[in-house]
Design a protein around this ligand. Structure first.
Ligand code: MG
Length: 501
């Protein structure tokens, strides 16, 4: 048995309702993005707001707090039981720290801000969004003070998305990543081996043919479609899990540039597999979910970039592409590989390749950090954005929409979220380093479309634990070390300079 201690068992029975509530709200969130009729959004927003207040009340019940305190004092708790205490203590701390008025203000402001942001982006009008962003920054600054921190107010916000991550950690990561990647990017661009664009980006595809490609690829990767998982369509691809046995992903079909939908599917598959491979004994407990956004993103990036954009995968998937997409006959395996791995310093983060992606995050990290400490002001952002993009990638936005207004995150009230993308990229490369030691024929397996051993490796090292260990502890236990950006630099060098992958 995983949970034996009677206090833990009682605690788990008390908080199962929170799991049930999350199950319901996840389903609502999935429905909102997929099948809900458009005008359902008003009532959905009211219902979601009420349920989030309810979940706050449920976690703060005196009997729950008492049981957590009692559980903490128990001796001989196993790691799972300690994990339950850690996760619940953290939820209680966050729920207690933030005054309901602030939570309400942040929710209300972001609900309005998302609508304004969409309009502002469409009209290329930064001034329209500015007061909302100012308010969101102020509310986040206030939240950081309530949540508390040791070194930097931004620590309090980072921790909401990546437990245990500190500003100092992110600074250390970028201190290595920025110079290392800048040098590599210059080399890659001047070598010309990976061009900035490819003809296939402009070729239109038939949606029903592409749907077949996606389904076949998912089947090969090991996605339990129909039994425990679904694939649907939404405006922005995402993964939503109701539980270990009900995980749903989405994609979108733009009708052109087929890698966009293909890689969104492989990316979301990585997220889904994490949830699907959590130890079933943790079902319906606070441990039954991926531990953090960064670790989650490492799983999606591992499948999307490390596997999906490798030459081995291109060779393996080429017959599937040519079976359904007529135009592929004009392109060989090398063409498809080049198309999958175009390297182009560009303005839009979500379109960035794996070589330039982290520069987009560095820019946002510096901005968020400095906004919080009032070293910069919201009104200065367009200029800062332009100068930094020029410094980091040599490109300058001509409009606000392709600059400071491009991301939805800030309008949703999220500050401190972006660094988790870079954590994901690095951890994916770190896992690659270790998997190559443990499965030396990793790439041969990919080429033969044999993914079982790779899935099992990820299950053992990451997935099965759910939220049992906090991210830093999980990495230390599974790989014997902390996060290390050098693995990412080494991976990029091996692939784009030495051209071995
Ligand atoms: Mg993702």
């Amino acid at each position: 048995m995983v949970f034996e201690n009677p206090v833990i068992k009682e605690l788990l029975s008390k908080v199962r309702v929170l799991w049930a509530l999350r199950h319901a709200t996840s389903l609502m969130a999935w429905d909102t993005e997929t099948y809900m009729p458009r005008e359902g959004s008003t009532e959905r927003a009211i219902a979601s707001g009420e349920l989030s207040v309810l979940s706050q009340q449920l976690i703060l019940r005196p009997e729950v707090i008492e049981l957590v305190e009692k559980a903490e004092k128990q001796e001989d708790l196993n790691d799972y039981e300690k994990g339950v205490v850690r996760v619940l203590k953290r939820s209680i701390k966050i729920a207690k720290a933030l005054p309901p008025k602030l939570v309400y203000e942040l929710a209300k402001t972001s609900q309005e801000a998302v609508v304004v942001w969409r309009e502002a982006r469409k009209k290329n009008d930064f001034n329209m969004f500015k007061p909302y962003l100012e308010k969101i920054v102020d509310l986040n600054r206030e939240a950081a003070e309530y949540l508390g921190y040791e070194e930097h107010p931004y620590d309090a916000l980072l921790d909401l998305y990546e437990e245990g991550l500190r500003t100092r950690d992110v600074d250390n990561i970028f201190n290595v990543l920025e110079p290392g990647m800048k040098k590599l990017l210059d080399e890659i661009l001047s070598s010309g081996a990976f061009p900035r664009e490819h003809k296939l980006e402009y070729i239109k595809y038939d949606q029903s043919a592409m749907e077949k490609v996606n389904l076949e690829v998912l089947k090969i990767l090991g996605f339990p479609l129909g039994t425990r998982a679904r694939l649907d369509i939404s405006a922005h691809p995402f993964t939503q899990h109701m539980g270990i046995k009900d995980v749903r992903i989405t994609t979108r079909y733009e009708g052109i540039d087929f890698k966009r939908t293909l890689f969104s599917v492989i990316h979301e598959f990585g997220h889904a597999l994490y949830e699907l491979q959590i130890d079933e004994r943790l079902m319906a407990t606070p441990l039954a979910r991926g531990v953090s956004l960064g670790i989650h993103e490492s799983q999606s990036r591992f499948w999307e970039n490390i596997i999906g954009r490798s030459m081995s995968f291109v060779k393996a998937v080429y017959p599937i592409l040519s079976k359904y997409l007529d135009f592929i006959k004009d392109y060989d395996v090398d063409d498809v590989y080049t198309y999958f791995n175009v390297v182009k310093p560009s303005l839009i983060r979500v379109d960035a390749d794996e070589v330039t992606y982290n520069f987009h995050i560095l820019l946002r990290f510096e901005i968020e950090k400095n906004l919080l400490t009032k070293e910069i002001k919201v009104e200065e952002l367009p200029e800062i954005w332009s100068n930094e993009m020029d410094r980091l990638l040599g490109v300058k936005p001509k409009t606000y929409s392709e600059g400071v207004l491009q991301d939805i995150h800030w309008s949703m009230g999220s500050i401190g979220y972006f660094p988790t993308y870079t954590i994901g990229n690095i951890v994916a490369a770190q896992i690659r380093h270790h998997i190559l030691k443990d499965i030396p024929d990793f790439y041969e397996k990919i080429e033969k479309l044999e993914f079982k051993e790779i899935r099992e490796y990820l299950r053992e090292k990451i997935h099965k634990w759910g939220s049992t260990y906090e991210p830093k502890e999980l990495l230390k236990r599974s790989f014997g070390e902390e996060i290390n950006p050098q693995y990412f630099i080494d991976y990029i060098k091996e692939k784009y300079i030495l051209r071995k992958i």
